[in-house]
Design a protein around this ligand. Structure first.
Ligand code: EPU
Length: 417
């Protein structure tokens, strides 16, 4: 297992293009199982979560190729095998196979998925939505087993606004008989991109970008060529890297509107920046200010996936900032790593903390807890005095493509060893 060694204090300058969205690519690849023919999915990030998913699909009989950020996938020989093994347990996103496999074979059996340790990661919303569409749950504590004689359109109110549960419901409903309404649907840019892909394949999904989707089931979907949207979470991470180092960085390849709440928080923190239709340009910033409250919530509110990265910025802000992580109870653990570097904070409860800044951070050995906490460790190291070693970087590799090359191109001193 490798680690990153970072010598902090280098100003980042230049231009960087973000890759395709991980959280859009994963469901789009799963949705291609519903299509007749060969799908060509472009702008897919070269990260380990994508490779793990493709391995699972190969194991299920799909023909799969990944070359130069393009996935070519043909599910003609897809078989209805049990979906289990180490890869499923390792990645939470394997849950995205439930909807398409159920739609294709009227039966699916998989191990409970793993993934980042963000707290309790229930699957009740997935099961509730799929049950509404007509499947039954076969009781088994180790596996999720769903069977259906036929999937029928339904009026579904999601018990929780959940990204992947909404995506599973969309994929199953696209193939169900009749009309489905999904209320309290998640509408993150990656959910919208999944709908964009399915509609291009012939699905009939309306209300994209809202919390209420109307889907008319179709009998077949035709494979297409599709380019995945840019990763706004990666863009947000690089924006913070630039602001933390007082750098001047233009970030391209995304629609800045996807980051409206995040940009509002950056503004409150006193970060200088400008945006255009397809870029964010972070200008040199000297004095970072405390932010009254960062409250994470479903889109279009502040994204939970940028909470840990933003907290690093707040360690450098003058005053006290409150973090309120509403989605996951395990997503403040990274603060203890930042504490080793000299950050000061008070944890109020598993969802809330107060960051007290500014504090000069110093390089020490630290660990990455999950994808975004890992990115936060890199950000802290970039602005710290001296050398930081980051362990457990396989978490970072799950979600960030060539992060060290991209940061090096902006002038960071970062090495993988
Ligand atoms: N929830 C339930 N029941 C369920 C499912 C979720 O109560 O059946 C709750 C969760 O406990 C949480 C909330 O609903 O409080 C939202 O969780 P959600 O289901 O939306 O999370 P997810 O679909 O498992 C996706 C992303 C995560 C991202 C969250 C929130 C993918 C592959 N993963 O996870 O991304 O943090 O939505 O936006 O899309 C990451 O990229 O690093 C990452 C963890």
């Amino acid at each position: 297992m490798g680690k990153f060694v970072i010598n902090g204090g280098k100003k980042l300058n230049g231009e960087i293009r973000v890759g395709g969205s991980k959280n859009a690519s994963l469901p789009i690849i799963c949705a291609s199982l519903l299509c007749k023919g060969q799908s060509i999915i472009k702008n897919v990030p070269d990260i380990s979560d994508i490779h793990s998913l493709l391995k699972i699909l190969e194991h299920l009989g799909c023909s799969v190729k990944f070359q130069k950020n393009t996935v070519t996938i043909n599910p003609e020989k897809l078989k209805s095998a049990d979906i289990n093994g180490e890869l499923v347990c390792r990645m939470r996103a394997s849950i995205l196979l439930l909807g398409p496999m159920l739609a294709r074979f009227k039966k699916v059996s998989m191990s409970y998925p793993g993934g980042c340790v963000l707290g309790k990661r229930p699957v009740d919303a997935h099961i509730t939505a799929l049950k509404e569409l007509g499947c039954k749950v076969v009781d088994d504590k180790q596996h999720i087993i769903l069977v259906a004689a036929q999937l029928n359109g339904a009026d579904i109110t999601m018990p929780e606004i959940s990204v992947t549960a909404t995506e599973n419901a969309i994929m199953a409903a696209a193939f169900a008989k009749g009309k489905t309404v999904i209320r309290l649907a998640a509408c993150e840019p990656h959910v919208q991109d999944l709908c964009g892909f399915l509609n291009k394949c012939g699905a009939k999904i309306k209300g994209v970008g809202t919390h209420e989707l109307h889907i008319e089931g179709v009998k077949s979907l035709k494979a297409c060529t599709y380019s995945v949207t840019g990763d706004y979470l990666e863009a947000g991470t690089y924006a913070i890297a630039a602001a933390l180092t007082g750098g001047d960085v233009k970030i391209t390849g995304i629609d800045p509107h996807d980051l409206d709440s995040f940009l509002q928080a950056l503004k409150e923190a006193g970060v200088n920046f400008e945006t255009n239709k397809s870029f964010i340009h972070i200008r040199p910033t000297k004095n970072i200010q405390a932010v009254a409250k960062i409250r994470t919530a479903v889109y279009p509110s502040f994204p939970t996936d940028l909470q840990a990265p933003f907290a690093v910025l707040l360690t450098q802000a003058k005053g006290e900032s409150k973090i309120y992580e509403t989605l996951f109870e395990g997503r403040l653990n990274y603060l203890f790593e930042l504490e080793k570097m000299g950050a000061r904070f008070e944890i109020i409860n598993p969802h809330q903390a107060i960051i007290k800044g500014p504090r000069k951070l110093k390089g020490v050995p630290i660990s990455s807890w999950d994808i975004r906490a890992g990115a936060a460790m890199i950000l802290a190291a970039l602005c710290a005095d001296g050398k930081t070693e980051i362990n457990n970087i396989e978490f970072i590799d799950r979600g960030y493509e060539n992060i060290e090359d991209k940061l090096q191109s902006l002038g960071a001193d970062i090495k993988r060893i």
